[in-house]
Design a protein around this ligand. Structure first.
Ligand code: PLP
Length: 280
């Protein structure tokens, strides 16, 4: 594992960060997670593009241009010697005496990174989602450090024996806590459009490109919770979760999920409300 902080290689669990670091005090920063396969950062250009979009959205001047990011990542990979790895890259507004207002212009962003090996997952069996109300803010498209609603939802999913959360806003199924959400219905792929309420996933973008190449029809639309009963299959996508099949959706007591579940889908989905288990 190799860590990096403002030009120095560090031990990520020992490096000291100033208490008045704005990422630490306010979550005032953004991040990216990049997967490395066979020594090559996968879809790196799209990650750099999204990183720059996130920085622009919260008005942090990018400390590097695209080439600077490419070099930084190449150096980190060489230093780590890892070939199957994840790269966590974080940029915050900088360190300054705590004040909600942005610090003076001479404060420079703090850049940190960690390269970690990714173990082989082996063969995976399909997983479960737990429906949770989407309690995140209205600018989810920015990949900010403020992940408290995401981690609470994911922990609730874990506690319920599920792998991920299925976040529901205004009765619509939006995405997961750290993955995008996909449905298959009548041979069509369905995923939420990239408005401000979803994170524009790099893996989502890649799957869209693959579907396009393969001639698989795609509809970018938010499905209602009540439409679950018409779904043939579900999967989620993310840089580290890759493409992960789902065969079970657990409902949340606060959500109206009492769908008629008599239809038998080609790939069975089990919906398990708290009180009863309905298979269809
Ligand atoms: N949605 C959310 C909320 C995420 O945090 C992530 C990744 O962390 C994703 C979707 C998937 O994005 P990507 O495919 O770029 O990893």
């Amino acid at each position: 594992v190799v860590g990096y902080y403002n030009g120095q290689y560090v031990n990520p669990s020992e490096a000291a960060i100033a208490i008045d670091e704005r990422g630490h005090e306010f979550g005032d920063g953004i991040y990216e997670v990049i997967r490395v396969y066979g020594g090559q950062p996968f879809l790196l250009e799209w990650h750099i593009e999204r990183l720059q979009n996130s920085l622009n959205a919260i008005r942090i001047t990018s400390p590097y241009d695209a080439n600077g990011y490419r070099e930084l990542i190449q150096n980190l990979l060489e230093k780590s010697g890892e070939t199957e790895a994840s790269i966590y890259l974080q940029i915050t507004r900088g360190s300054a005496v705590r004040n909600h207002l942005f610090p003076a212009a001479e404060i420079t962003p703090n850049v940190s990174a960690v390269v970690r090996p990714v173990p082989d997952k082996g063969e995976q069996t399909p997983g479960k989602l737990l429906m949770q109300p989407d309690e995140r803010w209205a600018n989810v498209y920015i990949k900010t450090l403020n992940l408290l609603p995401n981690i609470i939802a994911k922990q609730a999913a874990h506690d319920a024996g599920a792998d991920e959360a299925l976040l529901v806003r205004d009765g619509k199924m939006i995405e997961s806590a750290s993955s995008n959400l996909w449905f298959v219905r009548d041979g069509e792929l369905i995923t939420a459009p990239t408005d401000r309420y979803i994170l524009p996933g790099i893996t989502r973008r890649f799957v869209l490109e693959l579907a396009n190449e393969l001639g698989i029809p795609v509809r970018e639309e938010k499905l209602s919770v009540t439409e679950l009963s018409s779904i043939d299959a579900i999967f989620i996508t993310g840089t580290l979760s890759e493409i992960f099949a789902i065969d079970t959706v657990l409902s949340h007591p606060d959500l109206p999920v009492s769908t008629p579940l008599q239809d038998v889908a080609p790939h069975p989905i089990v919906v398990t409300p708290d009180t009863c288990k309905t298979e269809w």
